[in-house]
Write a protein that binds this ligand. Structure first.
Ligand code: SF4
Ligand code: SF4
Length: 358
């Protein structure tokens, strides 16, 4: 039996507004006490997600401002951080990502902290971090975050097309891996096209980052050798024509995510905090370049120093509120417990937790 971790929970109204979220964030982080975690002059990376173009459900810069202000009171030095995406879009290298971040309001004026891309100009600035994993003995992590003394991961709880749950582990493991690290995690995902459903709309061809989808007999066709498993074609097809083996391949990806998350925090064990926002919850993550429908009303915000416990609590509280958890509502064919069980096995955290409601 693993040790029980503490998860703090502050509830929100079902349709919470920004002022309530900021107030709840302030109460939550003051209760935890950053003085206990961070030391003067520590460089603290605040990992966030700025939302793909047109996404309006990501965590807002005003909330990040509250967190930055509290970190600064400890005398440590916060910076906002992210990595570039594998797929094409508005965040595929540092120049486009930072330009887009400013368009979404993540400026130093609005948040109080500079934005530093953790994986450099084109996603290849990395450190190979040794871990005692089951799949990997080392993982490729974005370099700049390995140089920071501390880390706060601010995660927007959503469904996720490949992991079931897009929560803290996903934010850490995929979100702070270098480009090579991301590709290693995706390497098991090899989709194919169900011909009878393909209308040949061309969208997957446009979005595939390695141009490995071609036309064959008037339908889309994936040349498997070049596919890097980014899952972009799965996300953009509106006709359910892109298929893959959900059970086997999601399982491997979830375990890989957990092992990369371990690589991110392995040298920062005492200087980490994980915040999960159960607000504006959607079926897909904030990487989708369109507005999304909320599928569960707002529940509140969670904080823990255990990344596994905070995700487990997210699943449990969304289930209590809606009868089924966020991942099951979003992607019923995926079992999100795989990433948490694996995280527990490799010493990343515990699924047993004590919930303290504020
Ligand atoms: S997005 Fe879907 S329907 Fe459109 S070409 Fe690709 S597989 Fe076919
Ligand atoms: S074919 Fe492979 S590389 Fe191209 S979008 Fe789909 S998963 Fe990504």
């Amino acid at each position: 039996m693993s040790i029980s971790s503490t998860v703090y929970f502050i509830p929100l109204q079902k349709n919470s507004v920004m002022e309530e979220r900021i107030e709840a964030t302030d109460t939550l982080i003051k209760s935890i006490g950053f003085d206990e975690i961070f030391d003067k002059n520590d460089k603290i990376g605040i990992k966030l997600h700025i939302g793909e173009r047109n996404n309006d459900t990501h965590i807002a810069p005003e909330i990040i401002h509250s967190i930055v202000a509290e970190v600064k009171k400890t005398g440590s030095r916060p910076f906002l951080t992210e990595t570039s995406t594998l797929y094409r879009g508005s965040r595929s290298d540092a120049v486009s990502h930072l330009t887009h971040a400013f368009e979404h309001g993540f400026t130093i004026e609005k948040t109080g902290a500079p934005f530093i891309m953790a994986d450099g100009l084109v996603g290849n600035a990395e450190t190979e971090v040794p871990i005692h994993g089951i799949l990997f003995q080392s993982v490729n992590i974005a370099r700049e975050i390995t140089l920071a003394e501390g880390l706060i991961a601010v995660s927007h709880a959503t469904g996720h097309i490949q992991a079931g749950l897009g929560g803290c582990l996903k934010n850490l493991g995929m979100g702070l891996a270098s480009r090579i690290g991301k590709m290693r995690q995706h390497s098991s995902v090899k989709p194919y096209i169900g011909e009878s459903l393909c209308t040949f709309c061309g969208l997957c061809i446009k979005w595939c980052p390695v141009d490995t989808i071609i036309e064959k007999n008037g339908k889309a066709f994936i040349v498997q050798d070049k596919c890097i498993g980014c899952g972009e074609c799965l996300a953009v097809c509106s006709f359910d024509a892109v298929k893959y083996n959900w059970g086997v391949e999601s399982s491997r990806l979830q375990k890989s995510v957990a092992e990369h998350a371990l690589g991110v925090i392995i040298d920062k064990r005492n200087k980490v905090l994980f915040l999960n926002y159960m607000t504006d919850m959607t079926k897909d993550c904030d990487c989708l370049g369109s507005k999304q429908k909320r599928i569960i009303s707002d529940i509140g915000i969670l904080a823990s120093r255990d990344p596994v416990a905070v995700d487990q609590a997210t699943l449990d509280l969304t289930k209590q509120a809606s009868g089924a958890n966020l991942a099951s509502i979003s992607w019923p064919r995926i079992d999100p417990q795989i990433q948490l069980e694996h995280g527990e096995k490799i010493g990343l955290g515990s699924r047993n937790y004590k919930l303290i409601k504020l």
